[in-house]
Design a protein around this ligand. Sequence first.
Ligand SMILES: O=C(O)CCC(=O)C(=O)O
Length: 253
Amino acid sequence: MIQTTPLTQATIDQYNQEGWCLLGRVMEDETIEKLRAEEAKFRNRPLHYDDPGPNPPTLFRSQMTAYSAPVRDYGLNGPHIPLVQQVLGANLAWIYTQFVTKFPDADKGKSEFPWHQDNGYAKVLPENNMTVWIPLDDVDLHNGCVWVVPRSHLNGILPHGQKSADSWHLEVPVEGDGVPAILKAGEAVAFTGLTLHRSKLNHSDAPRRAFFMQYVDANGTIGNDKVPVVDKPMVYVVSGEADYFRRPQSPAK
Ligand SMILES: O=C(O)CCC(=O)C(=O)O
């Protein structure tokens, strides 16, 4: 397994103060191959809850943890875990995962994923929840790398509007471009649930495959009604523990 270098205090400070940082290489070639194979398998398999219809500009395959041993193994034990623990602490829960395959689409211009905060889709507390985004192909300005807006996490959840009537994407208007995360396959960019990010079009002639996971303190909550994350399906405690008994019991009948 790859030996990651522990994050320096400067990198941890960057995550907390700027809302994002690079984690370096966190996935070895063998795992990249395994996850590419999983992506290919699920790309062609209709899933009852996640079916975008034929030829979507971008394909999302979410919460593959129940379906895929390689996904589970990586999300629970990957070399990135000690780095995530350095920032979020020893009680760590893995709450979400997704393959994002952005197809070549320059002419149609539909594969853009507009500026948003992950917590604009689902409110997670504490808000330093971390998305670890890892391309399974080298990414750059040409094929649709992710961009982040430094310090955008300092203003809480911003109002998100619907991108268009035929899209479920939410969008925050942003002036300027932010910073592109140009990465080799297997390297990672990490950002908070409040950090504005987006990806632009894929102008190459090959699909741009990516895989991301989201982590939070194991005592964290999700949704406006603050449901403990550990009460949600497909959430895994990676390390440490959660206080499973903090939710009031229903009164005896
Ligand atoms: O992989 C991408 O292009 C961006 C995906 C993303 O930001 C998301 O699903 O929240």
